[in-house]
Design a binder for this molecule. Structure first.
Ligand code: ARG
Length: 459
């Protein structure tokens, strides 16, 4: 019982409750690959510095390779008695190679070890999200290219506002997801420093080479302060913050998919691949995938909140509270990974209903602003006056149950005598959207330019 890895000064093993609250192998076994990579880099460095022999180094590498094979094959004997992934692997290594295994932990602590493993794991996921976001942006750009001149209503307050193009709407999300991608890349840059070699908290008297291990693990440099190295989790908080923002974007697009697929809107349809039925209502086609993606932001923001609260008020250096850092990040990143994949799939799967979108774009006097702009441009009317005149014309059309372009010229002239037949050229949704040629505007040609820019960038 006193045989724990740290058991030298203990007469008895921990009680059952101590063990129950202490054990983390159930979740931190996800760090196995990173732990093995870290141990290989560390043992290479120890050998190069003459701290262990080349023979010990080779034995350690061989043992770690065997262990990795066991883990991959699902035959590794994970043990709760050994607390966490670090001690599980180290104990197994000693079983396999004897004394050399006991030399691996020279000049290292579990504190810098776990900080290193967790950084590597998080970094891998930031890279993965970058790749997934690129795939999502590609799907959006593909839809934008196909629908650069598909007219749809644009909304403010979810009330019809002005006609826009479907392509423009898709590219709005491409912009958001590109910012998310750059946030992940930026977080990666800041986090890419190695804690390894900080040891427990104060550094180590061995002549270690932290530049060598940092480089071997793909870090830009070793962290400059050993206390900071084992205490810092802001890399995980920052990654979770970026994930939360990304998840809000996924949630907004999901919400639009939910609205657009409703019988009341019918703006788009999703194939059976992204739709489920109802066990009681035979007619139903539910957008469950979009709803679930919409919901993921809840657990991702929850993870950010959890970790921020765990970290606040912790004194330097390591405290066991920090073992609670991993589960929220694992859960949040699993959710984001699935959400990004599902969203890329749904965007590619969407079929816009062009006729329905065009009808909706023409409803609710959506070209009233174009009428007002015509008055300004052709009659040199101050915009505020034009706004008032247009409002009167809209009220007239509404009273007659007509759209603006169906209102007679005589009726319009009854409100403003100088209006000419030319007015009708600006009252269709297509004309309205096509006129929005200012930089960043919705005109089909703008959309095509932006699509070309995106495609060049994505290449
Ligand atoms: N399982 C621990 C964690 O996740 C590893 C570090 C343990 N360090 C210690 N001094 N007990 O944080």
């Amino acid at each position: 019982k006193g045989q724990k890895m740290w058991g030298g000064r203990f007469a008895a093993g921990p009680g059952a409750l101590m063990q129950a609250i202490n054990v983390s192998i159930g979740f931190d076994q996800r760090l196995a690959d990173q732990d093995i990579a870290g141990s290989k880099a560390h043992s290479d460095m120890l050998a190069k510095q003459g701290i262990i022999t080349p023979a010990d180094r080779d034995a350690i590498h061989g043992g770690l390779d065997d262990i990795k094979a066991e883990i991959d094959a699902g035959t590794f004997p994970f043990s709760n008695d050994l607390e966490d992934i670090h001690l599980n692997i180290e104990a197994r290594l000693k079983d396999k190679i004897g004394d050399a295994g006991g030399r691996l932990h020279t000049g290292r602590s579990r504190n810098d070890q776990v900080a290193t493993d967790f950084r590597l794991w998080t970094r891998d996921h930031l890279d993965l999200f970058g790749i997934q976001l690129t795939a999502l942006i590609e799907a959006l750009v593909t839809q934008a290219e196909a629908h650069a001149d598909t007219i749809m209503p644009g909304f403010t307050h979810l009330q019809s506002a002005q006609p826009v193009t479907f392509g423009h709407h898709m590219l709005a999300y491409a912009e958001m997801f590109a910012r998310d991608r750059s946030r992940f890349a930026d977080a990666r840059k800041r986090m890419n420093e190695s804690p390894l070699g900080a040891a427990a908290l104060a550094g180590t008297p061995y002549n270690i080479d932290r530049d060598m291990t940092a480089k071997a693990l793909g870090f830009d440099r070793p962290m400059a302060n050993s206390l900071d190295a084992v205490s810092a989790r802001d890399f995980a908080l920052e990654a979770l913050a970026a994930a939360t923002i990304c998840a809000t974007h996924l949630s907004r697009l999901s919400e639009e998919i939910v609205i657009w697929t409703s019988a009341q809107f019918r703006f788009i349809s999703l194939s059976d691949a992204f739709t489920t039925g109802s066990s009681i209502m035979p007619q139903k086609r539910n957008p469950d995938a979009a709803e679930l993606v919409r919901a993921k932001v809840g657990r991702i923001l929850g993870a950010l909140t959890s970790l921020a609260v765990v970290m606040k008020g912790l004194p330097l250096a390591y405290s066991k509270d920090m073992q609670e850092d991993k589960e929220p990040v694992f859960d949040a990143f699993d959710a984001l990974e699935l959400g990004l994949a599902a969203m890329a799939g749904m965007v590619a799967d969407m079929t816009p209903n062009k006729d329905r979108l065009a009808d909706a774009a023409g409803a609710a006097f959506s070209t009233a602003t174009d009428l007002a702009d015509w008055l300004v441009m052709n009659l040199n009317m101050p915009f505020r006056d034009a706004h008032h005149v247009t409002g009167t014309i809209v009220a007239l059309a509404e009273a007659q149950g007509k759209t603006l372009d169906a209102l007679s010229l005589k009726d319009m002239q009854s409100v403003e005598a100088r209006i000419t037949n030319d007015i009708y050229s600006v009252l269709t949704p297509l004309a309205s959207a096509t006129s929005r040629t200012s930089y960043g505007g919705t005109a089909p040609n703008n959309v095509r330019h932006q699509v070309a820019r995106w495609k060049a960038e994505l290449d």
